[in-house]
Design a protein around this ligand. Structure first.
Ligand SMILES: [Zn+2]
Ligand SMILES: [Zn+2]
Length: 253
């Protein structure tokens, strides 16, 4: 299985428009972060987790020419806003399967009504195949995917376990029974927004405490704000098995 980090930044991305914060002005490529998303590829299959506003550029940058589906964590704009840009995939492949919780689907129906239109559909609009998911394992071809439920302030969000790999973003609290699903996993990705506490995201300290509970071999932090600091400096402060993810990072499992 191969994981590619398409984006590792929080909702505004880094640099933030108009910002003169030193991290936004950094020349280090690792300090430039598009909105969060990953590619998960195994055998001949490629799935994207979330489809944010940078989706088009992320597909071009990663050289991705075919996707087998999109799995959504939740309906915030930084995770869904790029859905219209599946058009080139739709033109080549036909309707693109999407996987999301019922509430997330309702939000997609509202925001992208023309994609789901059943009458008088605009000829250039893309089509999707809807797969409703619950907090219950589901199959993507030959791979079992296990949702991990968490809370993003009051909003329920899903992380996902794919074999020895788990991807959790936009979490603020995760119950112990959900943590059980990923205990002692090989590779964990989890959100760590900044040093200061935030009402709906783990800050760095909360993310590190969460990692300690899960006890993975290795952990990578994502959904990062410029206020977390410079990539190279923050990474020096982390435990030996914890790293900051960066755009373009690839992991092979
Ligand atoms: Zn969110
Ligand atoms: Zn987000």
């Amino acid at each position: 299985m191969k994981i590619t980090f398409l984006g590792t930044g929080t909702s505004q991305g880094i640099p933030v428009i108009g910002s003169t914060h030193p991290v936004c002005l950094s020349a280090n490529k690792k300090d430039k972060r598009l909105r969060v998303s990953i590619l998960v590829a195994w055998d001949d299959y490629t799935y994207v987790i979330d489809c944010g506003p940078d989706f088009r550029y992320q597909m071009l940058r990663s050289g991705c020419t075919k996707i087998d589906g999109i799995v959504f964590t939740h309906e915030h704009s930084d995770h869904i806003a790029g859905l219209d840009d599946i058009r080139p995939f739709y033109f080549n492949q036909g309707a693109i399967p999407i996987y999301a919780h019922n509430r997330v689907l309702k939000s997609l129906y509202k925001k992208f009504d023309y994609i789901f239109a059943t009458e008088n559909k605009y000829p250039g609009a893309p089509s999707v195949l809807v797969n409703r998911i619950k907090n219950k394992a589901f199959q993507l071809h030959n791979l079992e995917v296990i949702p991990i439920k968490g809370k993003h302030a009051d909003l329920k969000v899903f992380g996902f376990r794919f074999g020895d790999f788990a991807y959790l973003t936009d979490m603020k609290t995760v119950e112990d029974e959900e943590i059980e699903k990923i205990k002692n996993i090989k590779v964990l990705v989890v959100n760590a927004l900044r040093i200061q506490p935030h009402h709906s995201h783990f800050n760095l300290e909360e993310a590190l405490n969460f990692i300690e509970k899960v006890n993975p071999e290795k952990a990578y932090l994502t959904h990062i704000s410029h206020t977390l600091g410079f990539h190279n400096e923050v990474e020096k402060t982390l435990p030996k098995n914890v790293f900051l993810a960066y755009d373009g990072l690839q992991l092979t499992l």
